[in-house]
Design a protein around this ligand. Sequence first.
Ligand SMILES: O=C(O)c1ccccc1NCC(=O)[C@H](O)[C@H](O)COP(=O)(O)O
Length: 203
Amino acid sequence: MPNEEIVKICGIANLEDASAAIDLGYDIMGVILDTKVIRHGTVKLIEDIKNIGGTTAAVYTSFESVKENPSSADYIQLHFSHSQKQIRDIKDEFGKKIISVITYAGKENLDASIKEKISAGSDLVLIESREGIFKYLPNIVSLSENSRVGVAGKIDLSNVSEIRRRGFRFIDASRSLEIRPGKKDYSVMKEFIKSVRCIHATV
Ligand SMILES: O=C(O)c1ccccc1NCC(=O)[C@H](O)[C@H](O)COP(=O)(O)O
């Protein structure tokens, strides 16, 4: 039976980490295709991950880079402010699933933005706060009813159980699973996914 939740590990920068993530049961391996980001990977790495059976998301930081650097990833993650027209344009050109990232700082009207992204063709929507999404949990908890809406931003072993308990079924983590930028810690990865999988939502 497929997992009830989607656990995405982001910032995968080498094949060994991807292989460990697949073995541990992570659902999506995010590879950042922006060389300015320390934990970036390459189109070739995405191809290699696919060849060992992993599901991948190519993470783009600008609209232009999606066009300039296409990959074989299963998902295209739009990690920049983007319009409905851009979602439609990318979906039409590449025919891939889309993850829309929405940056949240506590005030934005998320209901409207999520509706906008999904109606334009996004398959998953990630609400992200780089300084930590956990502090905004009371503001956003109602969004957890939608299984296509996920959360990201400083999610770690200390807060992931609570996030899961509050009903979120799409969870993304990166830095808390690292030994150093670009290198994952397999024992932390193991504990993290165990925490996600063993909690059943109570909402
Ligand atoms: O991880 C980065 O440094 C990064 C930089 C620029 C664009 C995207 C980036 N990461 C992509 C992600 O999806 C993150 O992993 C996600 O937002 C969660 O990050 P973290 O707070 O490290 O768990």
